[in-house]
Write a protein that binds this ligand. Structure first.
Ligand SMILES: C[C@H](O)[C@H](O)[C@H]1CNc2nc(N)[nH]c(=O)c2N1
Ligand SMILES: N[C@@H](Cc1ccccc1)C(=O)O
Ligand SMILES: [Fe+2]
Length: 308
């Protein structure tokens, strides 16, 4: 079985929600506020919806000790995301606001890039209000509440990561203006979504796209296929990514602080260099890379999820 907690939505996400077919910008859907938020309407979730949360939660909670990074596990604990199914944002926001000043806001699904960045820059994390159906536990087209809340919100309880996400939101608005969003999106992808952390006990997961996926929680750490390489900001921004299958490369940071430090510099000169540089092939290992794993790429070569 293949589990893909978060596939196929991102490429569309950066275009479709904001533009109609003829390319003009659309506003929020009916019922949503101008900033695209909606009420979570927690009372409206069905028993079946809550059961999906509980099933997914228990699966991941059993798998993640010894795999997920400590700040993630600590955040999961602090927010007590397990109580009676889908968490009520009003409840988790009390604790989250107290810890790092972040809040979670409900949105109908993907929101336009500028709206997304504006929320992050103001320490609001937009989370999908809906939950996947019981028959699609391992695959979904758009990020739902399980991916967004279980995957992303625990890390927002960490003060350093909290600052990184806010800075990313500010940087996103800037990248949009400079026409380099595709480069910055790779940074988000290879850190916030699919990042690994080096610890004395070994590699640990902190990326939301991994921790919310059963199969990728195993693949990202244990499979011999993908490369696992030391994080380098410019290198990452030159590396394309897979939106529809397991990653072919994961980047490892030595600490959250080092990630934040690397991104505090002005990206304008980096963007200027990237405009003249070419992308690095997704499976490449460069002489300058710090290699944790030189992957076999067997999984990708065999055709990935379309094969098995
Ligand atoms: C590049 C940017 O991170 C990405 O395209 C945005 C767009 N809109 C989004 N909207 C939601 N709700 N969640 C997301 O993760 C994103 N990602
Ligand atoms: N420092 C970046 C902004 C940024 C911060 C943190 C993460 C990503 C981007 C810039 O000058 O654009
Ligand atoms: Fe995500």
């Amino acid at each position: 079985m293949r589990a893909h907690s978060e596939r196929n939505f991102r490429e569309h996400g950066s275009i479709l929600p904001s533009m109609s077919g003829d390319g003009h910008f659309e506003g929020p859907p009916p019922g949503a506020r101008p900033d695209w938020t909606i009420d979570q309407n927690w009372d409206a979730y069905s028993r079946a919806d809550h059961d999906v949360w509980i099933t997914l939660y228990e699966r991941q909670a059993a798998l993640l000790p010894g795999r997920a990074a400590d700040p993630f596990l600590k955040g999961l604990e602090a927010l007590d995301l397990h109580r009676a199914g889908i968490p009520d944002f009003a409840r988790i926001n009390e604790e989250l606001r107290r810890l790092t000043g972040w809040t979670v806001v409900a949105v109908p699904g993907l929101v336009p890039d500028d709206v997304f960045f504006d929320h992050l820059a103001n320490r609001r994390f937009p989370a999908g209000q809906f939950i996947r159906k019981p028959e699609e536990l391992d695959y979904l087209q758009e990020p739902d509440i399980f991916h967004d809340v279980f995957g992303h919100v625990p890390m927002l309880t960490d003060p350093v990561f909290a600052d990184y996400m806010q800075a990313y939101g500010e940087g996103g608005r800037r990248a949009l203006g400079l026409g380099r969003l595709h480069n910055l999106a790779r940074l988000y992808w290879y850190t916030v979504e699919f990042g690994l952390l080096e610890t004395p006990q070994g590699l640990r997961i902190y990326g939301a796209g991994i921790v919310s996926s059963r199969a990728e929680s195993i693949f990202a750490l244990d499979d011999p296929s993908p490369n696992r390489l030391g994080f380098d900001l410019e290198r990452v921004m030159c590396t394309p990514y897979r939106i529809d299958d397991f990653q072919q490369v994961y980047f490892v940071i030595p600490s959250l602080q080092s990630l934040l430090d690397a991104t505090l510099q002005d990206f304008a000169p980096i963007y200027a260099r990237l405009a003249a540089a070419s992308d690095v092939p997704i499976e490449a290992v460069l002489p300058t890379d710090r290699v944790f794993t030189r992957g076999t790429q067997a999984y990708a070569k065999a055709g990935g999820r379309t094969a098995a």
